[in-house]
Design a protein around this ligand. Structure first.
Ligand code: HAM
Length: 425
């Protein structure tokens, strides 16, 4: 049985073949995302991977709706696998916002599903770090969001030389649009053309713009001028105060493909331009209101950062650490009559917080030692019968090759210094 195209298998390192993804790298990335979000005071939330189809049909825009995995379930409900997290978040906030002080600062790492055309950096399933602030209209929130995005990439050792955040404004594009076309219904089609400007042939964009009554030259001149709006000025100043000015630039090529954005929008790209967007987001001040049929009106903004492009970028720049099994102690059971005592030692070491492994069934001593080396264990420990009776432990530091002979209790403290906080007291 083959896995479905566009889906991934995650294996522990070393991964078995080129197409396999590293479960260790995934864990490393998620860990950095989580810890950065927590440093910024964000709380973790989650929602269901399967939602009512109509959550997306009205709010996300045609492009994403065309990519939905959807079906009718056994209860005759039209359902869809979530292609993005923002509608779920807006639904959850609209339902329970009274329970939370504003602004709400939440993050999640959902797995998302989009039936995309196969292309580089685009799969049919990906994980996305989502961080959103709900209930704050001031551009200070936009700056905070952008700073979090930048710092989550810095936490993965990427620098201002590796990536840039391109800042833009839907509001600026809205003004541009309405000064030239009064037909609001066409605005979304217009944003879609701008969103694809850099990826599509000029002749295609030109023809599409002409059909809406715009000219490519006019659009290009507007992008070229890159005149920051008042709110963008505030955002730039705020980021400058944090020492993050080198990570951002105004770039009106960005408008975002999703329908619900209303204000500041942004996308992060690698500086060399080798990959598609690493992350994207912006303000969506009307979504919660629309989701709650007008009952809850809260401004909101956030971003999504995918794991696919990020992982490829980290790999290409040599920024992924070397992962191994990270075993602290490998217990050698050379005297099978001492297996119960060994199991007790193993339990004590694990309770003290160490990563401990051993051979589950009787195994030749040389094979056990080989396994300890394969797992890159820092220490081995084995129990021996003491000549005077009782049991003593012989531990070995595999880096310095030094050995210690001590009581079992002393060996536990020796092998787990500082790890004292037992998980199973
Ligand atoms: P998005 O631009 O559709 O935004 O996705 C954000 C990021 O997810 C992209 O920049 C890309 O790295 C990754 N991504 C998207 N689709 C795929 C795919 N098929 N394969 C691999 N990676 C992908 C959103 O989803 C918004 N809901 C983000 C947001 C949160 N806006 C406000 N809050």
């Amino acid at each position: 049985m083959e896995r479905l195209p566009g889906f991934r298998d995650f294996y522990p390192e070393p991964v078995p073949h080129e197409d396999a993804w590293s479960a260790d790298a995934r864990h490393y990335i998620f860990d950095r995302w989580r810890s950065t979000a927590r440093r910024y005071g964000f709380r973790e939330y989650d929602g269901p991977p399967l939602e009512a189809l109509e959550l997306y049909t009205a709010k996300s825009g045609e492009e994403i709706v065309g990519q939905l995995y959807h079906f009718v379930d056994k209860g005759e409900r039209a359902v869809a696998l979530r292609p993005e997290m923002t509608p779920t978040l807006a639904r959850m906030v609209a339902a329970c916002e009274r329970n939370y002080k504003k602004p709400i600062k939440w993050f999640a790492i959902p797995q998302l599903f989009r039936y995309e055309r196969q292309q580089k950096g685009r799969l049919r399933e990906h994980f996305q770090f989502n961080a959103d602030i709900i209930g704050e209209a001031d551009p200070a929130a936009d700056a905070e969001m952008i700073a979090l995005l930048i710092d989550s990439l810095r936490a993965l050792r990427l620098t201002a030389e590796d990536f840039v955040l391109r800042l833009s404004s839907r509001r600026a594009w809205q003004q541009f649009f309405f000064q030239r076309c009064p037909d609001m219904a066409k605005a979304y089609d217009f944003y879609q053309i701008i969103d694809k400007l850099e990826r599509e042939e000029s002749s295609v964009s030109r023809a599409k713009l002409t059909s809406l009554g715009f000219t490519l030259d006019d659009v290009r001149a507007f992008i070229q001028a890159s005149q920051p709006t008042a709110e963008l000025e505030v955002v730039l100043k705020n980021l400058g105060a944090r020492g993050l000015a080198d990570f951002v630039k105004i770039d009106y090529n960005v408008v975002r493909g999703l329908a619900y954005y209303t204000g500041v929008v942004f996308e992060a790209f690698d500086r060399k331009g080798q990959f598609r967007a690493i992350a994207g987001g912006g303000r969506y001040d009307d979504l919660v209101k629309r989701m709650s049929a007008g009952k809850v009106d809260l401004p909101a903004l956030g971003f999504g950062m995918g794991d696919v492009i990020l992982c490829e970028l980290l790999q290409a720049r040599g920024l992924l650490p070397k992962f191994d099994a990270a075993v602290d102690v490998f217990c050698l059971i050379e005297d099978e009559s001492l297996r119960p005592e060994c199991l007790q030692l193993i339990a004590q070491l694990r309770d003290a917080g160490s990563v401990v492994d051993y051979c589950l069934t009787p195994t030749r001593p040389d094979k056990q030692f080989k396994r300890a080396l394969e797992l890159n264990a820092t220490h081995t420990a084995k129990l021996e019968r003491a000549p005077a009776g009782g049991v003593i432990a012989r531990s070995k530091d595999l880096r310095s090759r030094t050995e210690q002979l001590a009581s079992v209790a002393e060996t536990v403290s020796l092998l787990c210094p500082g790890k004292g906080a037992a998980t199973n007291p």
